[in-house]
Design a protein around this ligand. Structure first.
Ligand code: CUA
Length: 157
């Protein structure tokens, strides 16, 4: 079978890029551990207020410049709704909802998690810049959805 030179080049290019993309995916998934959030931490949505650490929501120091920020989401508020974090702190944010699905987004950062009843959503973020971050809800959750905000202040320590 005769194949045109350009046809061969395109065939080589097509199959070649397939292997390149598979390699990128493989290195990302297996060598660097990039994967979707696991949602493995579960919680009884009716007992969020009684379940640690959500019985005392807020910022907890867990190590040298390391913190845990536990937030309870409910229609239509975040508890606590104002937090101060020292600059440079590495913060693991855990969010649980008492009622419906909420969308926990910290504007201007990579923190953007869907909060589902029955699960704890977590994300670790380092705050290197002094400033104010608005936390909002980006999942329509009812009549007061647009009122559902909180604020994080990153301050000089
Ligand atoms: Cu909570 Cu929208």
């Amino acid at each position: 079978m005769h194949m045109h030179k350009y046809e061969k080049i395109w065939l080589f290019f097509g199959i070649g890029s397939l292997f390149v993309f598979l390699a990128v995916l493989g290195v990302g998934a297996f060598a660097q551990g990039t994967q979707p959030p696991s949602c493995l931490t579960t919680i009884d949505p009716e007992k969020v207020d009684q379940t640690p650490p959500f019985d005392k929501p807020g910022l907890i120091k867990t190590g040298d410049n390391e913190y845990q920020l536990n937030i309870v989401a409910s229609a239509f508020a975040y508890t606590p709704n104002q937090v101060e974090i020292p600059k440079g702190a590495k913060v693991t944010i855990n969010v649980a909802t008492k009622d419906v699905i909420h969308g926990f987004e910290m504007a201007g950062t990579n923190v953007n998690m869907m909060v589902e009843p029955g699960y704890v959503s977590s994300y670790t973020q380092t705050f290197d810049k002094v400033g104010e971050y608005v936390i909002l809800c980006n999942e329509y959750c009812g009549a007061g959805h647009h009122l559902m905000t909180a604020k994080v202040k990153v301050v000089e320590q």
